[in-house]
Design a protein around this ligand. Structure first.
Ligand code: HEM
Length: 115
């Protein structure tokens, strides 16, 4: 079971990197570009791996902070809603990508500093 937990953490960290990378991909695409679908894929990966880590708690014997995971889930839902609401637009508002990056960084901060 420890291997499964580590595999999920591995994918969870790759999902985080994907979301951070999406900010730079989005910037490179320019102000007239639509939202890159990678935002949706990264958010979905974080949701699946995070929820699986949480759900497997009884089997992995991990001891997670429930309040922290609840707040991380809310932040991720905000990122997901922003992505879904803008994915079909021809061009996205200028504040969108920096805001979503800020929320991703907020979740990294919560993950690391809130014990
Ligand atoms: C943008 C969204 C998210 C980001 C960037 C993110 C980032 C991270 C990072 C950097 C860690 C490693 C922390 C450390 O080991 O010190 C972590 C761990 C973890 N995250 Fe997330 N997370 C996100 C969403 C979620 C969600 C929605 C959940 C589930 C409710 C979740 C559940 C977990 C769990 C359970 C761990 C601990 C894994 C372990 O060490 O066994 N995460 N997250």
């Amino acid at each position: 079971m420890e291997f499964v937990r580590l595999l999920l953490v591995f994918l969870h960290l790759l999902g985080m990197s994907l979301l951070v990378a999406m900010f730079f991909v989005q910037r490179r695409a320019g102000a007239d570009a639509p939202l890159n679908k990678g935002w949706l894929h990264g958010s979905a990966l974080q949701l699946l791996t995070g929820a699986a880590l949480y759900g497997l708690m009884p089997l992995t014997h991990a001891d997670y902070n429930h309040a922290k995971l609840g707040v991380k889930m809310v932040v991720l839902i905000v990122i997901g809603v922003l992505a879904v609401a803008n994915v079909n637009r021809k061009r996205i508002p200028t504040w969108l990508a920096p805001t979503m990056l800020g929320l991703v960084v907020l979740n990294v901060g919560l993950a690391v500093f809130w014990r």
